[in-house]
Design a protein around this ligand. Structure first.
Ligand code: AMP
Length: 425
């Protein structure tokens, strides 16, 4: 470690990114484990795709008219002259991987989950970062609306396990390629009538894709959009049926929800179901989970005609409202007295670690008082004292640092003792 020299500017993390320091990382691990356990219970398996992909994957998948593709992608040309993009979302990567590895030949439906970083060049603010982390699930090959409800129920269970309360579930249907064009036409007409009062971005959207006006965060646009026709009135029989059955299954699960006809969720590929779970505990960026169905993506990517549905939850937002139980941390600090004892201590530390007992020792030879001082500064749960006398006797002093109680122990008794006392803490 070197001290910073005067006059030299230190390098800081890029705006919109943040370090996850060890204390925080513990909570991340805990939340990730909870999510993995929940997903595996529902039959999901992990899939990991690269952090960067060919730019066209997102242009084609996420969609040319989405804010993500228009404004937010980290795109660069690599040394081989290829345009690559740090993934802004995960679904297109999973679809690519399924087609590339012909995973669709496996018995369906396929259920996958993933946890990792995403990148979007958006304006950083509380709850919105340029590198953020999502936990993501996807199901392929299941068209029954029962799966739409099952993933909402699974998201709900995840939030319960993370002890996130005061949530609201919003649902909508954005129709399909059959019924949406007629709605878009009506929507465009309505938007054109008020175009002069819309922001410049939304004025452009009137022509490119008026559905995206609903994503605008500007209050005046939102106000106008509330008076636009609602998609739910334009659904074809198939989409209407799907939406009704989806809600009936949510009722069956006892999950309360609110229909939000303007919930189009920023991405071009959604068909039929979209949903979002928000919490009042977050400020403006109040969505913790968002998802929907994308029945055409696999086919559009040149794969088989297999439907898909999924959701993503932002780790940063989940963690800011999760109430995780503090897991007690416990480790043994090994104090050694004299050069012979140091050698024995090194071996003991190795043996204890092999028996899943966390331990720490410092290599510098110091007096007992100094070593015990270090142990309490590091918040060790126990100190194990190893001196020449103890080595001869084969009995060592184990001190509980919280109670101060010391007792003589044999090495083989330590793992059980430490584990039993940790449980009682
Ligand atoms: P999306 O991929 O836009 O559907 O977002 C799904 C979830 O990811 C949201 O509900 C948020 O929890 C989280 N999320 C999206 N964008 C960001 C961001 N820029 N910073 C932090 N979390 C985000």
């Amino acid at each position: 470690m070197s001290e910073s020299s005067p006059g030299k500017k230190s390098i800081s993390a890029i705006k919109g990114t943040k370090d996850i320091l060890p204390r925080e990382a513990r909570a991340w691990q805990q939340a990730e484990n909870i999510a993995k356990n929940v997903f595996e219970l529902y039959g999901y398996r992990e899939i990991r795709a690269p952090v960067f992909e060919a730019t066209e994957l997102f242009e084609k998948g996420t969609g040319q008219t989405s804010d993500i593709v228009i404004k937010e992608m980290y795109t660069f040309t690599d040394k081989g002259g290829r345009s690559v993009t740090l993934r802004p979302e995960y679904t297109p990567s999973v679809v690519r991987a399924i087609i590339e590895h012909r995973l669709y030949l496996q018995p369906g439906p396929l259920r996958f989950y993933y946890i990792g970083p995403m990148f979007r060049y958006d304006k950083p603010q509380k709850g919105r970062y340029r590198q953020f982390h999502q936990i993501d699930i996807e199901v392929f090959g299941e068209s029954d609306p029962a799966i739409d409800a099952e993933i909402v129920e699974m998201a709900d269970y995840l939030l319960q396990e993370l002890r996130i309360s005061d949530t609201e579930t919003l649902v909508n249907s954005v129709g399909c390629r059959k019924c949406r064009p007629a709605y878009i036409k009506e929507l465009r007409t309505a938007a054109q009538a008020v175009a002069a009062s819309l922001c410049a971005d939304c004025q452009r959207k009137v022509t490119t894709n008026p559905l995206r006006i609903f994503d605008c965060k500007i209050e005046t646009c939102g106000e106008l959009a509330r008076r636009f026709p609602e998609i739910t009135a334009y659904l074809c029989a198939e989409c209407d049926d799907h939406f009704r059955n989806f809600r009936a299954y949510l009722d069956l699960y006892g999950i309360p929800y609110r229909i939000e006809p303007r919930l189009v969720r920023g991405i071009d590929y959604y068909t039929k179901t979209t949903f979002e779970i928000t919490t009042v505990k977050l400020g403006a960026q109040n969505a913790v989970v968002g998802g929907g169905r994308y029945d055409d993506m696999m086919k559009d990517f040149g794969g088989p005609d297999i439907c898909g549905i999924g959701f993503a939850a932002g780790m940063e937002r989940l963690l800011s409202v999760a109430r995780l139980e503090k897991k007690p941390e416990s480790f043994v600090f090994i104090a050694h007295l004299g050069s012979e004892a140091k050698k024995v201590a090194l071996g003991i530390a190795r043996d204890l670690r092999r028996q899943a007992v966390e331990c720490l020792l410092e290599f510098k030879e110091r007096g007992l008082k100094a070593q015990l001082g270090r142990a309490s500064k590091l918040q060790a749960s126990w100190s194990l004292i190893i001196g020449e006398e103890e080595i001869k006797k084969g009995q060592f002093l184990l001190k509980n640092m919280k109670t101060g109680v010391q007792r003589e122990v044999r090495l083989e008794d330590i793992p059980d003792l430490v584990r039993t006392e940790s449980r009682q803490d």
